[in-house]
Design a protein around this ligand. Structure first.
Ligand SMILES: NC(=O)c1ccc[n+]([C@@H]2O[C@H](COP(=O)([O-])OP(=O)(O)OC[C@H]3O[C@@H](n4cnc5c(N)ncnc54)[C@H](OP(=O)(O)O)[C@@H]3O)[C@@H](O)[C@H]2O)c1
Length: 276
């Protein structure tokens, strides 16, 4: 049993909980009876969500404002995983940057954004996953509860993406690292699950500086609540990986198996069409 039964001492820490998929995951966990610790930079948005979840679930939802792109913020959040009540971690904090690397390189602000992307999407996720897996396995071996981690990847993990090169590479790291650790954890009572959404209506597009989501058919853009339900259900089962939605599953298959010589020019043209 990976995610132990819900209860007041079965707490799940969720990063990126101030909006989008992270907030939806927190709602899905609270609806199942798990108290949460909500992490992001925007303290007021976290407090609003904690109030909403407390009203719905009657459980105590805690907030912790932190910038996971800084050493101090990461140290603070890592320390929260030492709390014996924590049985789960969801790494949803992340953002994208669009544009060609050669163009971004000429702009100091964009270069800082790319650096911040790698710090958050790769380094912070890696650091918190390692800390959580270590603590959860230690507790399970000592006779404590089972535990579970959910990492938010993306269908961009399955192929390089010209126009969002650093973002897709960061998600390839998340996918590869998480699937390998899932296999390592077999037989430990601790699991690591990856959810790999496609385009999802959240604050992501604005943060990434793209209006691509407005230019594609509605059918292609999913809802954060659906991604969260699929991700939390897979986490509760201890699955290796889930890609929610048929369109996204086909896209992931295409990304994996289409020869790069065909795929990369097509993706480059597509991203240029969307201004990236
Ligand atoms: N939306 C999509 O189409 C899509 C598709 C595939 C994968 N994803 C992935 O889904 C995850 C969630 O994104 P989303 O779509 O829900 O976008 P979102 O609505 O913009 O949410 C991003 C979250 O990350 C937090 N965050 C950003 N920088 C942070 C930092 N330095 N420290 C701590 N928290 C930080 C934000 O909170 P604050 O601003 O308050 O810090 C926010 O809660 C990301 O990993 C993203 O890559 C999204």
């Amino acid at each position: 049993m990976p995610l132990p039964p819900p209860g007041p001492v079965a707490r799940v820490l969720v990063t990126g909980a101030s909006s989008g998929i992270g907030a939806a995951v927190a709602r899905a966990l609270a609806a199942r009876g798990y108290p949460t610790t909500l992490v992001a930079r925007r303290a007021d948005a976290l407090a609003d969500l904690a109030g909403e979840l407390g009203g719905l679930s009657g459980l105590e939802h805690e907030v912790h404002a932190a910038d996971l792109g800084t050493d101090a913020g990461l140290d603070d959040v890592r320390a929260l995983l030492d709390d014996e009540r924590v049985v789960g971690l969801v790494n949803a904090a992340g953002f994208g940057v669009t544009g060609r690397v050669a163009d971004l390189a000429d702009d100091a602000g964009q270069r800082a954004a790319l650096d911040g992307l790698v710090r958050l999407n790769v380094l912070a996720l890696h650091d918190l996953t390692v800390a959580a897996v270590g603590a959860l396995v230690r507790r399970a071996r000592a006779g404590g509860p089972s535990g579970a981690v959910l990492n938010v990847s993306s269908i961009t993990a399955f192929q390089p993406l010209p126009g969002a090169a650093s973002y897709a590479a960061s998600k390839a790291f998340v996918q590869s690292f998480s699937e390998a650790v899932h296999a390592e954890l077999a037989g430990t009572d601790v699991t690591l699950t990856t959810v790999s959404p496609g385009l999802t209506r959240t604050g992501f597009a604005e943060a990434a500086g793209t209006d691509a989501f407005d230019q594609v058919p509605d059918l292609v853009v999913g809802e954060a609540a659906d991604v969260a339900e699929a991700g939390v259900a897979a986490m509760a089962r201890g699955d290796r990986s889930i890609t929610p939605g048929l369109v996204n599953q086909l896209s992931a298959l295409g990304g994996r198996f289409t020869p790069r010589t065909l795929l990369l020019p097509a993706l480059k043209a597509g991203m240029e069409h969307f201004g990236a």
